[in-house]
Design a binder for this molecule. Structure first.
Ligand code: SF4
Length: 154
């Protein structure tokens, strides 16, 4: 008689399940959005740790970059360099209007990059000025669904 608790799955699904439940993030807090979107998510009220989303402050141990705030032309090369130092597969959330398209500085500033996607690929955009921490958690949930939907090993 075979055991009754056999779990059948594909290797890709199992690996992606592991990835979605261990998103270690590196924060790129560049301005005011950093406070409301990333500094707060691992504190007691929002407790992102329960989703396996924990804070690492080195690109070599991170697979999720949270870009929050205004990206200046001067800072853009550093954002790009740290992104390139992260191991594959890696994911990016653009948090707030500034990270999406330059936000309030879109028209009048020549020093501001008009969106994180001008320098690195972005997986999920979170609008707001600033977005609520709940929006960051919702975006992480969307990213988790996106990782599982890939259904294959990257
Ligand atoms: S979107 Fe608004 S709150 Fe966020 S960094 Fe820009 S100005 Fe600040």
């Amino acid at each position: 008689m075979p055991p009754t608790n056999i779990l059948l799955t594909k290797a890709g699904d199992l690996i992606n399940w592991g990835r979605k439940n261990s998103l270690w993030w590196m924060g790129f807090g560049l301005a005011c959005c950093a406070i409301d979107t990333i500094m707060i998510i691992n504190q007691a009220k929002y407790d992102a740790d329960r989703m396996g989303v924990v804070y690492r402050n080195t690109p070599r141990q991170s697979d999720l970059m949270l870009v929050a705030g205004t990206i200046t032309q001067k800072m853009a090369p550093m954002v790009r360099q740290l992104y390139e130092q992260m191991a594959e597969p890696k994911y990016v959330l653009a948090l707030g209007a500034c990270a999406i398209n330059g936000g309030p500085f879109y028209y009048d500033s020549y020093t501001v990059v008009k969106g994180a996607d001008k320098i690195i690929p972005v997986d999920v955009y979170v609008p707001g000025c600033p977005p609520r921490p709940e929006a960051t958690l919702y975006a992480i949930e969307m990213l988790r669904k996106k990782i599982m939907a890939r259904g294959k090993i990257d």
